[in-house]
Structures are given as structure tokens and as C-alpha cells.
Design a protein around this ligand. Structure first.
Ligand code: ZN
Length: 284
């Protein structure tokens, strides 16, 4: 087992904050050399760094996850995110955060994910939506498992006649005629919405100009779906910003006309942020 000392942990935490929770293939290879370890050992050694991004005011249970993308060679951190005055069903789990982070930032094939605690049933189901679900290695403190070992007799996209999967979906070529940023348009096109068809994404802008993005990621079991609002707040948390302290200028939520289903949940979660952050809502 590879253990990272405190100084190195702080060094990596700083790098991860700058890159919103992504460690590039270059940094990954520097770290494997420096620590004389293999990729999977590094993934597990990085878990305390990932868990530093956790914001868990309810459980105080800090969960970290590190996903590896075979195509880019990048590693993507994730941590749990809880909202003190909202329903527990709205929390973001660390595994969702890591996979969302990878997906938002261009990963194409997650082949392994390390977690510092056993994944809950909800997360096993969330991971089952991935294009690489049949080939996913899960690295836990108790050993290494395939997803099918942890989720036998599964229910998945095929059971609802959905042939697509998370991270393999192609961009919609739908025309988006709205006064929003090109980046937000691009995230809208890549939303994974095979069940409701509500192409939906969110943009969060801080007063210092930094922008974060979230996309709707649906799930065959519906409940484990990740809303675009939670997706973008998880991205904000991976920059090291505390939800109740960040200076958020505005949030833009865009949905597909006739299919809207995200406005009320976005408004509910908004109350966890500091001040009265305006929610700009568009449909197209
Ligand atoms: Zn979970």
C-alpha cells in the first residue's frame, strides 16, 4: 500500500484545486515515478486527497473517489457533497462526483475507480450506466472487484430498451438559439437523457469570472440520476470552494421546451449557497 506524506498530499491537493479535481496524464506519470508505484496503487493513494474535497455537514463521513480514464490517461477526483437543509436524496455521492468530473471534462472510458469506502447500492447502480460498466474495476480497501461482482442480477439501460450509455452518448445536433455561452451550449448537446429527453445543463459563474458546468446524467433506475444543478455544484466543490462561502454571481439552467423537470430541484439546492444567487432559466 502506497501512503502519501502530508507535504505531498498538500502539494497534490493544490494542483487538484487549480484543475478542478483533474490530474492530467502528465501529473499522473510524475506521481507514479515519484512514489514508485503502479497506476492502481496511485489511485488508492490519492483517496485522502479526493476526500479533502468532501463537504459533509450532515454525516461528517468524508468519501473520496478517484476514476481513471484509459483514453486520456487522466485521473479524476470526486467527493461527497451534502446539503444541510435539503432532502437527503439530493446529496451527491463521491463516485457520482468522480464520474461526473471525468465525463464533464472529456474522459471517454473509465476503466477503474478507487473509493475509500464500500460503494452504496445507489452508486453501484449509477456506475452500471457507464459505457464501460462491463469492464469496470472497483478498488476498495477490502480488495479489488468487478462491478458485476458488486451488482449481480443487475437492472440496466438495456432493460428499458436503451442502447446508449453514459460516456458513450454522441452530441445532439439540435439547434440552440439562446443568449448563452458556447460552452454551455456544448454541455447541453452532451447531456445524457435517454429516459426523459430533457437536454439540460447548467453554468455557474463566480464573481471572479470562473465558470463551472454541469450536465444532466440520467440513470435506468431513475433515482440515481444526477441533476445538472448537482453536477455543477460538485464541479464547484472540486475547485476547493465551500458551497456556503463561494461568491456566486449567477447560475444559468437550460432545459428543453416541453420536457422541463429540473427548475424546482435547482431552486431548492440553490438555497445552500451564500446570498441570493439569481437562477436564470431558459428553455429552447
Ligand atoms: Zn453512494
Amino acid at each position: 500500500m502506497v501512503i502519501i506524506d502530508n507535504k505531498t498530499e498538500e502539494y497534490i491537493f493544490d494542483i487538484a484545486k487549480q484543475s478542478n479535481g483533474t490530474l492530467s496524464a502528465n501529473i499522473v506519470s510524475q506521481l507514479t515515478e515519484r512514489l514508485h508505484c503502479e497506476l492502481e496503487q496511485l489511485q488508492q493513494a490519492l483517496l485522502p486527497v479526493a476526500a479533502k474535497f468532501s463537504q459533509a455537514p450532515i454525516s461528517q463521513f468524508l468519501v473520496g473517489a478517484v476514476a481513471f480514464d484509459k483514453v486520456t490517461g487522466n485521473m479524476y477526483l470526486g467527493a461527497n457533497l451534502e446539503f444541510k437543509h435539503q432532502a437527503l436524496s439530493l446529496v451527491v455521492h463521491a463516485e457520482q462526483a468522480a464520474i461526473n468530473n471525468a465525463w464533464i471534462n472529456g474522459a471517454q472510458e473509465i476503466t477503474s475507480i478507487a473509493i475509500n469506502a464500500a460503494p452504496c447500492g445507489f452508486c453501484r447502480q449509477f456506475m452500471n450506466e457507464l459505457s464501460s460498466a462491463g469492464n469496470l474495476t472497483i478498488l476498495l480497501p477490502t480488495g479489488t472487484y468487478s462491478l458485476s461482482e458488486l451488482l449481480p442480477c443487475d437492472f440496466g439501460p438495456n432493460d428499458l430498451g436503451n442502447a446508449s450509455s453514459l460516456m458513450a452518448n454522441t452530441a445532439s445536433n439540435i439547434n440552440i438559439d439562446l443568449p448563452i455561452s458556447d460552452a454551455l451550449k456544448q454541455h447541453l448537446r452532451f447531456a445524457y437523457v435517454p429516459y426523459t429527453e430533457n437536454l439540460c445543463a447548467a453554468e455557474l459563474v463566480l464573481t471572479d469570472g470562473r465558470a463551472f458546468y454541469g450536465r444532466y446524467a440520467e440513470n435506468a433506475a431513475y433515482s440515481p440520476s444526477l441533476s445538472p444543478m448537482n453536477s455543477v455544484l460538485s464541479q464547484l466543490a472540486l475547485s476547493g470552494e465551500q458551497l456556503d462561502e463561494a461568491d456566486v454571481e449567477q447560475i444559468t439552467l437550460v432545459e428543453r421546451a416541453g420536457y422541463e423537470n429540473q427548475k424546482s430541484v435547482a431552486q431548492a439546492v440553490l438555497t445552500s449557497l451564500k446570498g441570493n444567487v439569481p437562477l436564470i432559466h431558459h428553455v429552447f
